[in-house]
Design a protein around this ligand. Structure first.
Ligand SMILES: Cc1ncc(COP(=O)(O)O)c(C=O)c1O
Length: 388
């Protein structure tokens, strides 16, 4: 009898360019070298115990089975009320808000729902690392528009030049990861001017909506009547309530767009876990946690910036998010990735090279630190960075 040989067939990769992300690499290196991890963007402090109690209560009261596909109704209603209060637009909780497994799934699902093979989608680089592979998975063509060198602000002339009859969508992120810049009302107006004569849709990644500093308002796309009519506006409870590991987010969009989104959502995750949603809805009755968030993080930003000002790094502005970018040209001429690895190994502080946010090799001599950390963690990191 012939021996049957077992063989795993080879797969032609849908994403041949994708390897292990730099976030995983840097976090592993940080652990290996006992470095203070200011790399990956997550808090090293816990969430409000009231939120844990609310989720616990939901589980114990039997809310453990599938919720409706679009999300637990009380949570969608709480989100609709919050958006109306903050940004003045009324989304229908029934047809225009969907709860997702984090902002990451919201963005992928929106792209899969909109983009047909060959459609062009504009991203403004540097950008969050999931956008480009998401567009590629949908069979779309990625059109990269660089943010203005130096300031990392949007370049509207370059965006205008990138628009073609094949453009299906543009992805915009404010407050912006990694640059910590924010869009203002004028920026939204300029984008609206460009998009108004077209059918181009907008995906607005606003996961850091409550991390805008120095008294500035968050310029939400949902506040902008022209843009909101064509936009998926995405946010994340992970960022707002210090629970990145829960992976619960949401998307708001006009009903016809949301109907297409839900067709993909229902065969993608179908629904997101029930007790987290019920607990979040209960916790959202108190506006204080998100209302106080800008002050909470601004204090950390200021503490971190004051410390960094005494080092050899040069600070870039940090108007939003919980990230601080620095130039290191006074210290080293290594590439960003090599410098971040050296800093982790030798100085024992992990950072992320900004080159990780470009899909093609791009060097600007900038690394990104995350300051969503306990004061003592930041103090320890600053002590070490002062010795560089
Ligand atoms: C700009 C941006 N968008 C989306 C996400 C993902 O959010 P979530 O954890 O809710 O999937 C992140 C997380 O770091 C982010 O920085």
């Amino acid at each position: 009898m012939n021996a049957v040989t077992a063989r795993t067939p080879t797969v032609t990769s849908r994403l041949p360019q994708v390897g292990t992300t730099i976030f995983t690499v840097m976090s592993a290196l940080a652990t290996q070298h006992g470095a203070v991890n200011l790399g990956q963007g997550f808090p090293d402090f816990d969430c409000d115990p009231k939120l844990l109690d609310a989720v616990n209560q939901a589980m114990r009261s039997g809310l453990n089975q599938y919720p409706p596909m679009a999300g637990v109704p009380v949570l969608r209603e709480a989100i609709a009320r919050k958006i109306e209060r903050l940004y003045g637009r009324t989304y229908d909780a029934g047809d225009e808000i969907t709860i997702t497994a984090g902002a990451t799934q919201a963005i992928l699902t929106a792209i899969l729902a909109l983009v047909h093979p060959g459609d062009e989608v504009i991203v403004l680089e540097p950008c969050y690392d999931s956008y480009v592979p998401n567009i590629e998975l949908a069979g779309g063509r990625v059109v990269r528009v660089a943010l203005t060198a130096g300031t990392l602000r949007p370049d509207f002339e370059a965006i205008a030049a990138a628009l073609t009859p094949r453009t299906r969508a543009i992805v915009v992120n404010t407050p912006h990861n990694p640059s910590a810049t924010i869009w203002r009302r004028d920026d939204l107006d300029r984008l609206a001017q460009l998009l108004r004569p077209t059918d181009v849709l907008l995906i607005a990644d606003e996961v850091y909506e409550h991390m805008v500093y120095d008294g500035e308002p968050h310029a939400s796309v949902s506040r902008h009547p022209v843009l909101a009519e064509r936009a998926f506006v995405v946010s994340s409870f992970g960022k707002t309530y210090h629970v990145t590991g829960w992976k619960v987010g949401y998307v708001a969009a006009p009903a016809p767009l949301m109907a297409e989104f839900r067709k993909v959502h229902q065969y993608n995750v179908f629904s997101v876990n029930t007790p987290m949603q019920a607990g979040l809805a209960d916790f959202m009755r108190d506006p204080a946690p998100w209302r106080d968030l800008p002050a909470f993080y601004q204090r950390k930003r200021d503490l971190f910036r004051e410390g960094l000002a005494k080092t050899r790094f040069s600070l870039l502005p940090a108007d939003g998010t919980y990230f601080q970018c620095v130039r290191y040209d006074g210290i080293s001429d290594l590439s960003e990735s090599a410098f971040a690895q050296w800093l982790t190994r030798e100085v024992k502080v992990a950072a992320i090279p900004v080159s990780a946010f470009y899909s093609r090799p791009t060097e600007s001599g900038i690394v990104r630190f995350c300051f969503a950390k306990k004061d003592e963690t930041l103090a320890e990191a600053l002590d070490r960075l002062a010795k560089v």
